[in-house]
Design a protein around this ligand. Sequence first.
Ligand SMILES: NC(=O)c1ccc[n+]([C@@H]2O[C@H](COP(=O)([O-])OP(=O)(O)OC[C@H]3O[C@@H](n4cnc5c(N)ncnc54)[C@H](OP(=O)(O)O)[C@@H]3O)[C@@H](O)[C@H]2O)c1
Length: 259
Amino acid sequence: MDLGLKGKRAIVCASSKGLGRACATSLAREGCEVVINGRDATSLTATAKAIEAETGARVIPVVADVGTEAGRAALLAACPSPDILVNNNGGPPARDFRDISHADMIAGVEANMLTPIALIRAVIDGMAARGFGRIINITSSSVRAPIPNLDLSSGARAGLTAFVAGVARQVAGKNVTINSIQPGAFGTDRLKSIARAAAQKTGKSVEEVDAARMAMIPAGRFGDPGEFGELCAYLASAQAAYITGQNILIDGGSFPGAF
Ligand SMILES: NC(=O)c1ccc[n+]([C@@H]2O[C@H](COP(=O)([O-])OP(=O)(O)OC[C@H]3O[C@@H](n4cnc5c(N)ncnc54)[C@H](OP(=O)(O)O)[C@@H]3O)[C@@H](O)[C@H]2O)c1
């Protein structure tokens, strides 16, 4: 299927690794020019080269902390009129809710709710004026069903989800869509660091922690980031114009609800 993305410009935040990188790669493969981002220059540059080599697309690396105003300005300077915005950021560390300070709370809300909203506000009117826009927020399956010790992550992302539900309906008539993808467990560095923390706490090996988690997933495995990236590219496509305000779970069947 031709997704109608050739020549489109995309900003993919927090994309030197993991799910963001997978989204950038899938969009580049579909012919988008992609701005990628991360704080570590070395890994970001290596990722830009790897995506360019694999896809032949133009990839522009922007070293910046997306959680800062200066970082967001740098992303927008590299791509002032994006057709596609993929909002992503690091997630708060796993922690008992009793141990989260007020400052930690503010930082979590800033990173996973206010940062994506700031970028949406910066790009949405231009998208509406041009008659095409696709905004995809990477949130978490924990918005739908809690994961122990990720309460701040769940709460901040639920706030984002509710906020954009109304915004999505305001721009739907201009061919601008806003959707979120809710990942379950994907094999990325983030998952590895959560597994390492659980192993330390329980005295088990990381392999045992991973095996126990996989055993609870009906698919029997962690997701491949490439599967996530392809879903992102579809939501960015011309064909997905009638999907908006939705929160799409990709979790190997983990969420047990019929709806
Ligand atoms: N993997 C999963 O199973 C899973 C499940 C549910 C939700 N999620 C959520 O999905 C998001 C992506 O997760 P992931 O697994 O792909 O993580 P990851 O493998 O750890 O990759 C995170 C990426 O974000 C970049 N990054 C982090 N903080 C940044 C910042 N302030 N500014 C710019 N770039 C930043 C990192 O690069 P630098 O460190 O160099 O900045 C890296 O490229 C996270 O919010 C995570 O909580 C993941």
